[in-house]
Design a protein around this ligand. Structure first.
Ligand SMILES: Nc1ncnc2c1ncn2[C@@H]1O[C@H](COP(=O)(O)OP(=O)(O)O)[C@@H](O)[C@H]1O
Ligand SMILES: [Mg+2]
Length: 396
């Protein structure tokens, strides 16, 4: 494991020895940076990002949380650990929310540091290395899984996930599951004029159910052939759900349904990364403004560096006719990507939302609906072709 980069951050310089000892390494096999800013400066060369950043007790909480949030955005497979001289009590949940993977209380002895470092290295290795297992896994199931992602809020992620799912269910009459990963804060059900009433435990329990009926029972029928899976608004328990638990849920859904559409989180959360692992396609959506496009370009780079194959990405440009000075053609040329879908801006979208029906059902003859139907068709038809190929060649 010695190739796994571990960086100790914060004074005193002997903190490096302390970390090295816990890892049974020579001190020179652990890097050391004096400050949070120095650590932030080494992140960015995604192929070499460290597996673990471990922060000394000298790093103050606000700096630690700020660094963890930054790392979560720019290097999601790097684990951030905090070492404290005593228990954090009240601040623990803030730390977790900021994306810190573990807080080590040195007053509990040195073993805790060793165990936390080992766990963090394994976690990071898994995140970087599970991609191939994902491919085998896909051969064993029936449903086609599509995730929708944008690291920037407001790009149209929920709009696309809901309309894509409704389009697949209505046009192809395929049983479809729509999963809202913004646990406790999602708005997928609102697109259908409904609210989820099933608590988080019910959703996670799907992961252990093999029976299709038991899975359907936890879902809410949103419209013909379409079942929604989400937790009720305001349930804070959703913030710390492990990726592994969501992975199980998605596997169950993909056995019970022909299609699974996932509205992912705007962060590179563990649940979102688990969803991407199990997805046949990841739709990266952006609108035609510089900030949104920068997020799109960075997201592609980040996901590639995590080992997701380029062929899994679908680029969706939303509001692609907006008169904001950037044309879809220019964007495709500059970003060197070909968009898989161009979705126009339309007043029918908010109007449909206000009536609690996706625009593809409420106004199916509009251009915006046509663009979504066209994308939906590539998944519905493509998955049948895939199924055939799987049968011919066995496991990919
Ligand atoms: N093509 C579009 N035309 C008009 N309004 C849109 C379009 N796409 C998204 N919107 C609106 O933009 C807002 C943000 O979209 P939403 O899907 O909630 O974003 P996200 O889930 O990425 O945060 C919503 O009010 C939505 O109705
Ligand atoms: Mg949303």
């Amino acid at each position: 494991m010695s190739e796994q980069r571990v960086v100790a951050v914060g004074t005193p310089p002997t903190f490096r020895q302390q970390v090295a000892r816990a890892l049974d390494r020579a001190p020179e096999d652990v890097e050391w940076m004096p400050t949070v800013s120095a650590a932030e400066a080494v992140i960015g060369d995604t192929s070499k990002d460290p597996s673990v950043l471990v922060l000394s007790p000298a790093i103050k909480e606000p700096d630690a949380f700020g660094l963890a949030e930054y790392i979560g955005r720019t290097s999601p497979a790097t684990a951030v650990l905090m070492v404290r001289e005593r228990s954090m009590n009240g601040l623990l949940s803030d730390a977790m929310r900021a994306g810190i993977r573990d807080v080590i209380d040195l007053s509990q002895g040195a073993d805790e540091l060793r165990e936390a470092l080992d766990r963090a290295i394994v976690w990071s290795l898994n995140l970087r290395g599970v991609r191939d297992e994902g491919a085998d896994e896909k051969a064993n199931r029936k449903g086609n899984v599509v995730s929708v992602f944008s690291s920037k809020g407001g790009a149209g992620k929920s709009f696309l996930a809901c309309n894509l799912a409704a389009a697949i269910a209505s046009e192809f009459k395929k049983d479809t599951a729509l999963l809202d990963l913004e646990l406790g804060v999602g708005d997928v059900f609102a697109h259908f004029g409904k609210e989820s009433t099933r608590p988080l435990q019910d959703l996670l329990a799907i992961g252990d159910r093999a029976e299709r009926d038991a899975v359907l029972e936890v879902g809410t029928l949103l419209t013909g052939h379409l079942w929604g899976f989400a937790t009720p608004g305001g349930d804070p328990a959703g913030q710390n759900v492990p990726g592994e638990a969501i992975g199980k849920v998605i596997r169950s859904l993909s056995r019970a349904f022909d299609h699974v559409v996932i509205d992912a989180t705007a962060q590179y959360s563990d649940p979102a990364l688990a969803a991407f692992d199990l997805s046949d396609a990841i739709c990266l959506i952006a609108s035609l403004d510089i900030v949104s496009l920068r997020h799109l370009s960075l997201a592609m780079e980040t996901l590639l560096s995590l080992g997701f194959p380029r062929g899994r990405f679908r680029v969706v440009l939303n509001r692609a006719d907006s008169k904001v000075g950037l044309s879809a053609e220019e964007v495709q040329r500059v970003l060197k990507v070909k968009a898989d879908a161009l979705i126009p801006s339309s007043r029918s979208v908010p109007a449909a939302l206000n009536r609690g029906r996706p625009v593809v059902l409420e106004s199916p003859k509009t251009e915006v609906a046509a663009a979504v139907f066209a994308l939906a068709r590539t998944f519905a038809v493509g998955s049948e072709a895939n199924g055939g190929r799987r049968k011919l060649f066995g496991k990919r």
